[in-house]
Write a protein that binds this ligand. Structure first.
Ligand SMILES: O=C(O)c1ccccc1NCC(=O)[C@H](O)[C@H](O)COP(=O)(O)O
Length: 264
């Protein structure tokens, strides 16, 4: 792991909380729904593959959404989401493993567990189709990818720059997310994806993460090579508790055509 002094205080606090949480009781075994298949199905149906994120709050959110997470997830699927991402981190994101379990039972799309998993024990908390591993935060990425696959998870390895991308590829990652949010200042810059994506081999499932808020952003990330977009804040709309999650999702899913934009 790189020096933690380069991380925003909120991220240092997230990591401390992750280290203090204990692992599960046994070893999880999952029969996972395929993310590549779900993304291909969305493409075939003319939808932009969007992974919509159930994220009650976050260190950069304007507020908290207290709605039932299952209702939010169903609203995202109704809006055309190809897959879901569910924050299970409780302290900084308002998530829970229980919410993920209930969501996964209620929908039939693949569900990513978005959390700060640092070791094998941290994997055995809850079943999910995909498990996030953040390249910067783990010491033995190759070992953790293998451990995740042994449990049936599809590991999604998150990177932020070329060096982390190289680490992910050497470790055998097949699904890679490039996070546009830098973990030092928590600022988003879509150029991050554009610069890292150029070095990603074609056989990798490539996901653009964070800071995607408009149909124009969707098209920009797709033109830069994104096979899917992972979107939280723009769909959850934390500032407006009763906002239309289905409509927010559909607006991005339909972004192939500029007819729906209003903001190109
Ligand atoms: O979202 C945050 O504020 C945040 C802060 C510190 C570490 C991680 C954080 N987010 C995790 C994520 O990866 C995002 O939730 C995800 O990529 C969606 O991003 P967005 O569409 O910008 O909400």
């Amino acid at each position: 792991m790189n020096s933690e002094t380069e991380l925003a205080p909120a991220v240092q606090s997230i990591l401390e909380a992750a280290r203090e949480r204990s692992g599960g009781d046994g070893v999880v075994s999952v029969d996972a729904r395929s993310l590549p298949d779900a993304l291909a199905d969305a493409e075939a149906a003319g939808r932009v593959p969007v992974i919509a994120e159930v994220k009650p709050t976050s260190p950069t959110a304007d507020g908290t959404r207290d709605d039932d997470p299952v209702a939010l997830a169903q609203a995202m699927v109704d809006g055309g989401a190809a897959a879901l991402s569910v924050l299970t981190e409780p302290t900084h994101f308002g998530g829970s493993p229980d919410a993920l379990s209930r969501i996964r039972e209620a929908v039939d799309v693949p569900v990513l567990r978005k959390d700060f998993v640092l070791d094998e024990a941290g994997m055995d908390i809850v079943e999910a189709d995909l498990l996030l591993l953040i390249a910067r935060f783990v010491d033995d990425l190759e070992g953790l990818i293998a451990a995740a696959r042994e449990r049936g998870f599809q590991p999604l390895v998150e990177v932020h720059d070329q060096a982390e991308l190289e680490t992910a590829l050497e470790a055998g990652a097949e699904i890679i997310g490039v996070n546009n949010r830098d973990l030092a200042r928590l600022e988003v810059d879509l150029e991050t994806f554009e610069s890292v994506a150029t070095e990603v081999p074609d056989d990798v499932t490539l996901i653009a993460e964070s800071g995607i808020s408009s149909p124009a952003d969707v098209r920009r990330m797709r033109e830069a090579g994104a096979g899917a977009l992972l979107v939280g804040s723009a769909i959850m709309d934390h500032g407006a508790g009763d906002s239309d999650v289905t409509g927010n999702t559909r607006r991005l899913v339909d972004a192939k055509s500029s007819d729906h934009d209003g903001d190109c």
